[in-house]
Design a protein around this ligand. Structure first.
Ligand code: ZN
Length: 111
């Protein structure tokens, strides 16, 4: 499952930072183009966190909208479709993805 491997990746980042401390909150930035279902991610995390020695660490997701810069018309646009990254103004596929591919642990709260 996609979400499960993402959770393992999150835990892999958190673990070396947490050493011996209690993890309360893990903040993760998730781009829209990652096609992550937030509920599934949270569900997988709730299964995995126990094994990772952080049984009550909460996942806080920051969702990042997809944004492209179009090389054809030069516009900067937010993409609302989850499945295509064509420029919404001129339908060009020649776009540079500015945001939406993020998947990153941004901060931790430990005690
Ligand atoms: Zn365009």
């Amino acid at each position: 499952m996609h979400e499960l491997s993402l959770c393992q990746a999150i835990a892999g980042v958190v673990r070396p930072h947490a050493v011996g401390r209690h993890v309360d909150i893990v903040r993760v930035k998730v781009g829209a183009l990652r096609q992550v279902v937030p509920e599934s991610l949270e569900f997988c995390w709730s299964l995995l966190r126990e094994h990772e020695g952080m049984p009550d660490a909460e996942l806080e997701l920051e969702l990042v909208a997809a944004e492209v810069k179009c090389r054809s018309c030069g516009h900067h646009c937010e993409i609302t479709s989850k499945w295509s990254v064509l420029c919404p103004l001129c339908d060009s596929a020649d776009v540079e993805i500015v945001h939406g591919k993020e998947f990153q642990v941004t901060s931790l709260e430990v005690t």
